[in-house]
Design a protein around this ligand. Sequence first.
Ligand code: DHB
Ligand code: MG
Length: 222
Amino acid sequence: MTEPTPEAWSRVDRYFAETLVGHDTALEETIARQNSAGLPAIEVAPVNGKLLHLLARMSGARRVLEIGTLGGYSTIWLARGIPADGRIITIEAEPDNAAVARANLNRAGVADRVEILIGRAADVLPTLAGQAPFDFVFIDADKESNTLYLDWAARLGHPGTVIVVDNVGRGGRVADPDTTDEQVIGTQRGLELLGSDPRFDATAIQTLDAKGWDGIAVALVL
Ligand code: DHB
Ligand code: MG
């Protein structure tokens, strides 16, 4: 039997991606342009982009909130998972990232259903109160603020809203009770909130993919 070495699980990830995700010019150009613009290569892996897309479709989402746009890679996957008259609000703190994302969304043909709000999510989220609630929320920004973002996801959602939190495994460091890494601590606090707050029911799975050993949490707003 093959041992789960990085070589082995990378081979499995490539096999899954080739077999089930395939190739897409807009998505591949999004990565290329994001890289050449100097953005960090921390977008979700293709298999996880496809997962977000499928979860949005499975949940019948029409209104999606994304916290952390980066270059728009996950935004494109999500935008393709909602109806043409659906809406994605995506929040990005870095104006330069937002400009890259805007161009990528245009090239992918989904800009009409995506609104990029530039600013710190902590400042932008309160401005969304009073809008129609969101059916799906993807949290993928500064991990220190995950509890804040989860609280807003519950407030801006409705019973049945699906929440996905990226990067909850952090190379295994999430299970270190003595960590001093603020991002890991923020991730832990977020998971603890999901496990204890009666507004949520949730689970998390580890992921081994093109981005290494990490994980995602999936939650339902009750
Ligand atoms: C980091 C952030 C992410 O959202 C991610 O997917 C990978 C890494 C980071 O800040 O290091
Ligand atoms: Mg991420």
